[in-house]
Design a protein around this ligand. Sequence first.
Ligand code: HSE
Length: 403
Amino acid sequence: MLQIAVLGYGTVGSGVVEVIEKNQELIQKKAGDQVYVKHVLDLRDFPGDPIQERIVHDYDVIVKDPEIKVVVEVMGGINPAYEFVKAALEAGKSVATSNKALVAKHGAELLAVAKEKNVNFFFEASVGGGIPIIRPLNTCLTADDVDEISGILNGTTNYMLSKMTFEGLGFDSVLKDAQNKGYAESNPEADIEGHDACRKIAILTSLIMGQQVNFEEIPTEGITNITAEDIKYAQAMGRRIKLLATSKKKNGMVYARVAPFLVSADHALYGINDVFNAIFVHGNMLGDAMFYGSGAGKLPTASAVVADVIDALRRTENAPVEWKKEPLRLADVTEAKSRFFVRLKGDIAQAKAMFGDDMAKGWSVSNIIVDGECGFITNEITEKQFETITARSENIVNRIRLL
Ligand code: HSE
């Protein structure tokens, strides 16, 4: 019997127990023996739940138990998850985690400890829920210079934006719905302000660059400024608003950001709706690839965690992952060029006076979506140019970048 422990009996933790029970036979075949959850660490008790007899409140019980081969960390947050994971690795146990905050902050260090102890630190579920993306980057795409990753990496906000687009629902009601379905973080601010997607793109960028990308340095905007009117403008343009996390290499520098974008109908990310995530990857040899699937929720996430457990149990050695601790200096995104959709209080003549040659001749609309406003698209300009042009105006209602 292969014994494991689970830290945290919340949404994902209970999912891990469920996946192991439901798919017991096939997991046994793949792992080489029966996988058994011996301990579950949680502050709470779960009277009436069959797991209750395996609940422990003291982490020492787990870390000092020589029978535990793999520790599953699904408690979330940095402390005490970091201390617990490090102690498990130092005790010679492999770890599987879904905790993106932990991986984004301490991934390089924890991988180094795992290497030193000849065990594994796996984190497939930390990005894209049940979608395989970490392992493909670490194994299948190692012959490529991956020069772009652009993804819909947060299920909650994609679910919310989809509901707002297709059902005309308001922000608060769709957020509640996403929380009830178990997609959102315990503090949903992490979803709607883009922090969750920011940590995920930091992890993916660290992996393609082979060194630490500090998430604090990635400019991040969420979807709290997106209104029903913005959605109507998007529809009038034949585009959809998506919260994207992007990382692009240009002239040896990496431009990374998280923000809402207006995605055109011919882009692969346009059709990614509901709670689904998709990660678009471009490699210099591969060309385009896209990884698509269930990006959040109890069982999809637990499925990826349990697959990591099986992988860890099958291995006798550390699987190498390139992720050095030295932080990478990111490029200044204010130098990056974009086209912007702008909503301006006033008419198109005022827009022309403001943007002049920087205003695209293509799409504009006045007074149809919102009275007293016009909406238009700029030519490709840098963020800096955009800020300079609009700095003194109080008439900008909103601006969203185009993809
Ligand atoms: N809150 C996250 C999301 C969960 O909505 O994508 C998966 O990381």
